[in-house]
Write a protein that binds this ligand. Sequence first.
Ligand SMILES: Cc1cc2nc3c(=O)[nH]c(=O)nc-3n(C[C@H](O)[C@H](O)[C@H](O)COP(=O)(O)OP(=O)(O)OC[C@H]3O[C@@H](n4cnc5c(N)ncnc54)[C@H](O)[C@@H]3O)c2cc1C
Length: 469
Amino acid sequence: MAAVSPTSHDAIVVGGGVGGLAAAFRLRQRRPDWRIAVVEAAPRWGGVVSSERRDGLVLEHGPDSLIRTKPEGMRLIDDLGLRPRVQDTDPRFRGALIARGPRLVPIPEGLYLLAPGRWLPFLRSPILSWPGKLRVGLDLLLPRGPAARGEDESLAGFVRRRLGREALERIAQPMVGGIYTADPERLSLPFTMPQFAEMERSHRSLLLAMRARAKAQAGAAAAHGARYGLFASLEGGLQTLTDTLAARLDGCHLALGARAEGLTRRDGAWRLESPALSAPRLCLCLPAWAAAGLLGSVAPELAVELAAVPYAGVATVNLVYERAAIPALPAAAGFVVPAVEGRSLVAATFCHQKYPGRCPDDLVVLRAFVGGALHQDRLAAGDQAILASLAADLRDLLGIAAAPRRTVVSRWPEAMAQPVVGHGVRLARIRAAERALPGLALVGNGYEGVGVPDICAQAALAAERLAAG
Ligand SMILES: Cc1cc2nc3c(=O)[nH]c(=O)nc-3n(C[C@H](O)[C@H](O)[C@H](O)COP(=O)(O)OP(=O)(O)OC[C@H]3O[C@@H](n4cnc5c(N)ncnc54)[C@H](O)[C@@H]3O)c2cc1C
């Protein structure tokens, strides 16, 4: 049987998550005349970005927010004409809480991820025991350590050294766990939170650096009026972004429900066996392990590096309650649960309070996170077991005894990249190997950052590079 000759394009984008859609959009902006193919294995666009809209509810199954401080996410929103649909977090509910035993303790004013910026609210808060607070205070006297010298150090190593074990277990682990669903013993501090390594380098003491930061920010707030919330979403949920991107790709060859397989490279062209496509440029917008699977025979050494980027699975559980059936909830956006508490729940969002218009007035929506690097075993449980353990946690922490009217469990296996100690060095090797393969670009959460804006930034750079070549 004669081999089917692949359809020739100018560029192939593999992966139709936010990364692949943004890369194709940016490429099309730069090269409107190019034939671009976008290949997505699933029957829908968006990847882990997935918002369900039904009966007046908006349920986020994947990400729910963009951080505004990384500009490429908002830039993409502007370029798509979506600015009028941006939603800010509701200012009445911007606080967050941390579980301690059966209580939810407000995060003290001025606390930023790992360390307090204002001492009085921190000392007054029950977030740590008095010995724990005294140990945090020792930071004022301690010398600089490895992070200040530019060495890679785990988040846990750094926080234990500067602020003590209790601050690690009760503050840093749950706060950072909420972002990366990661094991702090493995997470690279300089890669994920370089600002803290810089604080130790410049000020020696984190507490002194944090106080200087808090003062500077208070000045900035006074000068510029009220500060915007750090996070934003879109009406209809974040899927509004990926839906809009997908709708703007008319003119591209869109292969939905088509898994890219059998990648080879011959005579300067990248070829896929299925779907049969070829192009001089290839943008792989996939988790690093999936990119490794495709590149195995073309670039075995690069594939080994990609496969070594660890990932963890996570599940979100949306729980819809009758408002009248549950007690009043704290006036906050949500809460995090330290792993030392031994609960199934990693974090929860009060969705109806965080963004407006997410559900009818007579309902409330809670979204729970389960799993992550420290709780991988919990994901192996069936949906009913997960729901039962969540119900117990929510009864203890929020007094909710009523059964939810509706639940949706969304599992995302191997979805959260873990930038562990050594990631920066591995990433440099990955990018060098990528540059050595003409026409290849890699975009995804296994590289420079895990958030949607990080991926939008990578997609813009990849498009710029491919369009120039
Ligand atoms: C539950 C959860 C909550 C999160 N919350 C936030 C948040 O609030 N804010 C934030 O900024 N970030 C958040 N993140 C992180 C962020 O959402 C992701 O890192 C980002 O969306 C990943 O986008 P992507 O396009 O790189 O990958 P994906 O969304 O994983 O897309 C990759 C696509 O490639 C497809 N694919 C795989 N293999 C093939 C193949 N061989 N051929 C064709 N297609 C293939 C997959 O089907 C998938 O659609 C969250 C992540 C999760 C899982």
